[in-house]
Design a protein around this ligand. Structure first.
Ligand code: SAM
Length: 199
């Protein structure tokens, strides 16, 4: 299995993506085809920037990708990318303004992950909180019919999250990318056809 992981690591280097995680998004996109030219995309947990770069390639120069992360990145992005160091739990006034300017987004993607503590339940709970923060942003800033991709660490709250998403999306699919580490508990929920926040 190690060889398989090295393969994605090397491939990312060759193709000039800063992280191997880009292949997870590519796989998800190959299946669900949610990006098109000119779209507005919100990328949560964007550093170091491989999802942002891929989204920027897909939407092209007429699109916009707003990438947000707690951490800075030194990755060079094309002009359609705005990268902001910020916290989804406490959006700064700058982030709030950018969200207003660029809303509604056609696609919102979240690869956010907490800094792991090694305590399984604590890590799962923190990941769940990040998923809820991403879903709340999707409910406020996604266009009707829009798409939402969120990384989930499978745990006791995952089913509740799926049901919560089903209240806002016509379809919620589950995807486990081949390029995820086999031992990883991560899966992705893909919400298709946004219907609005539940009343
Ligand atoms: N998608 C990225 C890429 O392809 O380069 C990799 C993302 S990495 C797996 C997860 C990111 O989530 C980390 O960079 C982390 O800083 C970010 N993150 C965690 N908590 C966050 C929060 N509260 N607000 C914003 N970003 C957060």
């Amino acid at each position: 299995m190690k060889k398989y992981q090295d393969h994605f690591f090397k491939k990312a280097k060759q193709e000039q993506y800063p992280a191997r995680s880009v292949y997870k998004l590519k796989e998800i996109h190959n299946q669900f085809k949610f990006f098109t030219r000119g779209q507005r995309v919100l990328d949560l947990g964007a550093a170091p920037g491989s999802w942002t770069l891929y989204a920027a390639e897909q939407v092209g120069p007429t699109g916009v990708v707003l990438g947000v992360d707690l951490q800075e990145t030194s990755t060079g992005f094309p002009p359609q990318v705005i990268f902001l160091q910020d916290d989804v739990f406490e959006p700064s006034p700058v982030l709030q303004e950018l969200l207003q300017i660029h809303s509604p987004f056609d696609v919102i993607i979240s690869d956010m992950a907490p800094r792991t503590t090694g305590v399984k339940f604590a890590d799962q709970a923190r990941s769940h909180d990040l998923c809820l923060a991403a879903l709340a942003l999707a409910r406020s800033h996604l266009v009707h019919g829009g798409r939402f991709v969120v990384k989930v660490f499978m745990g006791p709250d995952s089913k509740a999250l799926q049901m919560d998403m089903q209240q806002s999306f016509k379809t919620v699919k589950i995807h486990k990318p081949k390029s995820s580490r086999s031992e990883s508990k991560e899966i992705f929920y893909v919400g298709l056809d946004f219907q609005g926040a539940p009343v």
